[in-house]
Write a protein that binds this ligand. Sequence first.
Ligand code: GUN
Length: 283
Amino acid sequence: MIIDGKKFAQKLRNKIKKEIQSIKKKTKLIPGLTVVLVGNHAPSEIYVRNKEISAKEVGINSKVLRFKSSISEIKLISVIHKLNKDKKIHGILVQLPLPNKINGHKIIQEINPKKDVDGFHPINVGNLSSGKDALVPCTPLGCYLMIKSVRKNLAGLNVLIIGRSNLNGKPMAQLLLKEDCTVTIGHSKTKNLKELCKKADIVVAAVGRANLVKGDWVKKGAIVIDVGINRVEKKKGYKIVGDVEFETVVKKARAITPVPGGVGPVTIACLLNNTLKAFKNIN
Ligand code: GUN
């Protein structure tokens, strides 16, 4: 089974849209999302545009605030404080990466945790890791929802997460621990990755290494989620591939997400979901 991320995301967006319409009718209130974009990192421009289009489609008031890469940390913090106070804004997202001279951790700590739709604030990170309600980072949340759509009861399953980032690997581990999975996190220094992978019932690949996971790494019937977005050069131009070698793994897996068209669209739908959740928590 190939998990169609576009269809999955569309379903999620339809559900969010309906709920927002009913909220608007009852309360006359509209969930608001502001994305803060600093500098002109080309991939960020594309991500932010897609976020804005999707937010509008479901009826979220969305706005992008753009700043030159020369903006000071103090000025950026004052922008965040203003958004924290704005009653019409329920979600704040600071697009990463930020320019080198700006300390991203410092900026994220200034976001009101209730409006932190990325789930990156230490309060949300802490709540997630202690099993409490939290705003959860959008990519691992999307991966989690796709895994659950294939199999409801995950208790006791062996999971291998490849990648230990704060954005993906670590929150993914927390979500699956909460489901009583046995979770292993592998990374660039892990010695026996292939052997660990062969034992996994669920594999989440999020390391940024093109086609790393091959068919002979994967147990028959495993669920394989590919978070990778890697550019590989072709004779003419380039193509985007994941961390999983799709052609060989698709023959072994019970379910697999393709790249593109897998995790990507679902991540954006989860941002809309988090904005709605933040709106409900605030009101
Ligand atoms: N840059 C790449 N992915 C993300 C994300 O999920 N959130 C933010 N804020 N920036 C990103």
